[in-house]
Design a protein around this ligand. Structure first.
Ligand code: OGA
Ligand code: NI
Length: 358
């Protein structure tokens, strides 16, 4: 046991020291998935259910017609209660911005290694971080995931132009402005869906902090042995996710894994742990994962809305929603504590929410 865990540590370290991530392994011509990425069978992908229809919500006309508005609020509420996930179309962000965001972040990963390596770090405090597997060394993580990441803390204090990589800084700033507007509109709909004042969640600073995570999923010689991203739920208020046309994202619905089909121009929205906690389980933060792909690389850009990650303001179940029949199911927690708990735990296949359950 001691010897094998020592070997694992040195393999992890050797991988980390390359500073070229999973893409570096694939570029070097490997034909087998290295041991550190091999998942125990219970975490691997089996067949996936296809008869469910994943919810797609058209936001066209949302502010023009009160009847239309109410219909959209109902759809958002239904999807957030039953799936914890939905896609939106006609959301107001031009397709050209979405395409450039995917292109720019892809270019970051596909640029010259020497330039890219400059951004590779596990140091806290940087606003732009390139790395593979933030939880690489955590003991409870069943295996490393087949993905490389570019993490940018965009709000409340965005990186300076000098801190950004040249290939994607400008487009990430543009995308971030647009996605923040969309995030605020979604939080309005979600507030109304809970029967609260439209501004309730925005007034609680649910879109004050924004982190953007560009994920590059290289092609994989043995996709059945590993996972692009191991199953997890998101530890934020809401996530808005942009995926390219390849597909691979799956959500756990009625105990079955369901594909989230790529739709050109659409964005995926999901409820994070904090909103499940604040809504006292009315909205659900659902487990999802990304399967690895044999032939092609995939790109996604996730926008995590949360309070400032440094904030110690406490969030608990929203008082207006509680009653004798609906007592609080969670104790209050701060975004800062929650994130550091997830960060130290890593993606180990269990939900961080359980820790706060009363
Ligand atoms: C995440 C995530 C999904 C994807 O980064 O939290 O779930 O499609 N990403 O990359
Ligand atoms: Ni996620």
């Amino acid at each position: 046991m001691a010897i094998s865990s020592y070997d694992r540590m040195s393999e992890l370290k050797a991988f980390d020291d390359t500073k070229t991530g999973v893409k570096g392994l694939v570029d070097s011509g490997i034909t087998k998935v290295p041991q550190i990425f091999i998942l125990p069978p219970k975490y691997r992908a089996e067949t996936c259910e296809t008869h469910f229809v994943f919810p797609v919500i058209d936001l066209q006309g949302i502010d023009e017609d009160p009847i239309k508005h109410k219909e959209i609020v109902d759809k958002v509420r239904d999807a957030s209660e039953t799936w914890g996930f939905f896609q939106v179309v006609n959301h107001g962000i031009p397709t050209s911005i979405l395409d450039k965001t995917l292109q720019g972040t892809r270019q970051f990963f596909e640029q010259d290694n020497e330039v890219k390596k400059e951004y590779y770090t596990r140091e806290n405090g940087k606003k732009v971080i390139y790395m593979s597997n933030f939880d690489l060394y955590r003991p409870c993580v069943p295996a490393a995931s087949w993905r490389d990441s570019l993490f940018c803390f965009m709000a409340p204090n965005p990186p300076t132009p000098q801190e950004f990589p040249a290939v994607c800084g400008e487009i990430l700033m543009d995308f971030s402005k647009d996605v923040t507007k969309l995030g605020c509109s979604l939080l309005e709909l979600l507030s109304e869906g809970l029967g609260l004042d439209r501004c309730h969640l925005n007034d609680m600073d649910c879109a004050k902090g924004l982190s953007i995570l560009g994920s590059y999923y290289p092609s994989c010689p043995q996709p059945e042995l590993t996972m692009g991203t191991i199953q997890h739920s998101d530890g934020d208020f809401i996530t808005v996710l942009l995926q390219d046309e390849i597909g691979g994202l799956q959500v756990l619905h009625q105990n079955q894994w369901v594909n989230v089909p790529p739709i050109p121009g659409a964005l995926i929205v999901n409820i994070g742990d904090f909103l499940q906690l604040m809504s006292n389980d009315k909205y659900i933060s659902v487990e999802h994962r990304v399967i690895a792909n044999k032939d092609v690389s995939r790109m996604s850009v996730a926008c995590f809305f949360g309070d400032n990650v440094q904030s110690s303001k406490l969030y608990g179940p929203i008082t207006e929603l509680l009653s004798e029949d609906n007592p609080p199911k969670y104790r209050a927690t701060a975004v800062k504590d929650y994130w550091s708990y997830i960060y130290n735990k890593g993606l180990d296949g269990t939900s961080a929410l359980l820790r706060y359950k009363i």
